[in-house]
Design a protein around this ligand. Sequence first.
Ligand SMILES: O=P([O-])([O-])O[C@@H]1[C@@H](O)[C@H](O)[C@@H](O)[C@H](O)[C@@H]1O
Ligand SMILES: [Mg+2]
Length: 317
Amino acid sequence: MAEDLWKKEYDFAVAVARKAGAVIREAGEKEIKVCTKSSTVDLVTKTDERVEKIIIGSLKEEFGEGTHCFIGEESVAKGEPCILTDKPTWIIDPVDGTTNFVHGFPFVAVSIAFAVNKELEFGVVYSCLEDKMYKARRGKGAFCDDDRITVSDVEEIKKSIIISEHGTDRSPEKVKKIFSTMQKILCIPVHGLRGSGTAATNMCLVACGAVEAFFEIGIHCWDIAAGAVIVKEAGGILLDVDGMSIRSVNCVAINQALCFGETPLLKNRLCLTIQGGPFDLMSRRMVSANNKKIADRIIKEIEIFPAERDDAPIQKK
Ligand SMILES: O=P([O-])([O-])O[C@@H]1[C@@H](O)[C@H](O)[C@@H](O)[C@H](O)[C@@H]1O
Ligand SMILES: [Mg+2]
């Protein structure tokens, strides 16, 4: 019988995610709830680091040191490389929804993905305060606990709920673009805009059909790697918001744009439209949706701002 490739790693990832979720819940009970919120921010950083160490330590113990590579949010924050090679690689966000965790807002997820030859083989997202285990293996469908999940069949944007996040950057130019995008999408109109505070959970909400699409500019690979497999295996689509296509050329406008830079008026005259490109795990931009029609419609409204790729060379300080 053909070997069920990576089944052992998948089953172990589910078990480790559940173990990590229990540690997060316990930290919430013993360290967060018993403190005033202002005194818990540092505790959270320790929890994120502690949980990532537990996950990576368990994986190394089970599969051996040096056999796999690791990309973990906390490890990268300490200077570890964030480069996806052909080697079997775990992509880990130990506590997705860190800010939620501090505030006791009930959406906190453990996100564990596994890639080989730069292809995502499986993803596990454990929403530990809801006790919901979302999981998917490439080509084998998506599940929440033992129930098969599929994306929504809504095709009309006006009947959809769109989910997004505003991230942690509060620079005025980014905040302006983020909220201008959200305003344009809300006023299409759509049924509603939501945000759980964790990208991984947002993507699982797309996968189970609770919302039609999730997008975010500035997101990291560890936030979305597991959710990407789950959305795709639930029948959804993943795109990068990769840039401009000129629908019609207006030479005068081109010249003006070259001279004065792009202005809203010029953008219309240039008929510049943002279009979706192939999903790029490291690009810091992502749209996940139930279908391409919904994805393309919201992509048109997204105002991109620059975000350095996750796999960009580390600048020597
Ligand atoms: O930091 P974390 O809680 O693991 O991950 C969070 C993401 O899930 C969320 O989508 C993003 O908007 C936040 O800025 C933060 O990055
Ligand atoms: Mg995260």
